[in-house]
Design a protein around this ligand. Sequence first.
Ligand code: C2E
Ligand code: MG
Ligand code: MG
Length: 341
Amino acid sequence: RAEDLARVAGKLLEAFESPFEINGQPIRSGASLGLTLYPIDERSASGLLRNADAAMYRVKRSGGGRFCFFEPGMTEQATDRLALEADLTRAVERGDLRVSYQPVKALASGRITGVEALVRWQHPERGLMLPSLFIPLAEDCGVIHELGAWVLRRACEDMATLAKDQDLRLAVNISVRQLKHPQFEQRVLEVLEQTGFDAGRLTFEITESALFGGGEVAADTVRRLAEHGIRFSLDDFGTGYSSLAYLRQLPIDKLKLDPSFIGDDTLSSTDGAIIAAVIALARSLGIDVVAEGVESAPQVELLALHGCDQMQGYLISEPLSVEALVAWLRGDPSSLGEPAD
Ligand code: C2E
Ligand code: MG
Ligand code: MG
């Protein structure tokens, strides 16, 4: 019965709570369990294993350390996911990825100070896919290292001369898994050398929660790369838990204020209060604030009122292909072309 199965699963998970001793070393390990019932869910052995696997995937995706019963629909999702993972690995090799560039503007001077590189996947059947659909997958199956390296190289190649001529910075998003890879630093330095992109113009963006959950390995890599002149921004600031102590310990140079803080068309006084508080905090630590997802003139007014440094969003420009970006920077509306997505 399901109740019995749940009790056994609970006991198994409990056994993983204390460390195991291997060669005198305490080793911690977690467990994720997928459960399925015979003969209710399935009668064949292979079908039962497939069900259990799909249920286990569900647990792993939500952080692991639990058990989960199989539900109809899970196998299709798991199969779909596996197909997408395989496609993604091929896409990186075949060059089906694209990079779009979204301009960043200084509020006070109105100058374009840089661009953020955003990856897209031109899927042969599914069409243009945005990163939220495949970055988590890439992180899970490990292809994020190749994908991230490709994006960095492409962006540095595209921007090497443009950045110098127009005095622009390039921001590239990275996942914490990349930061923790033992060869990350070396590979980044190689790309910079081979593309001739100046390290002093490169910023890595990493989400607040990912960086603070990345431990000392990630923090050390950040510090070492910063010594080469690379800067770091905290992305989606305000959505994770912010350790203020960490902000001081790491060479963070920018906070990117999550769009949820600048509201939509109905800006409230609490929005203003939060923006003011974040900007004041950043100021006192010598950190710049970039507002993301700026779509309307009232939002710009509010940001200017509180002394926000820079902004980014559809009001300024959508993410553009490199060709469209060049035309946009030239201020040539006739050659603006289609936005990249
Ligand atoms: P992000 O770094 O916070 O990027 C900002 C996202 O907001 C982008 O979505 C951008 O297209 C979108 N955006 C820009 N202006 C506006 C606006 O005015 N309104 C609204 N509603 N949205 C706006 P996108 O391109 O779908 O990227 C989503 C996330 O995927 C990024 O969030 C970033 O965390 C991640 N990502 C993108 N490229 C890469 C990459 O090469 N590597 C890694 N690891 N992550 C990436
Ligand atoms: Mg970003
Ligand atoms: Mg963001």
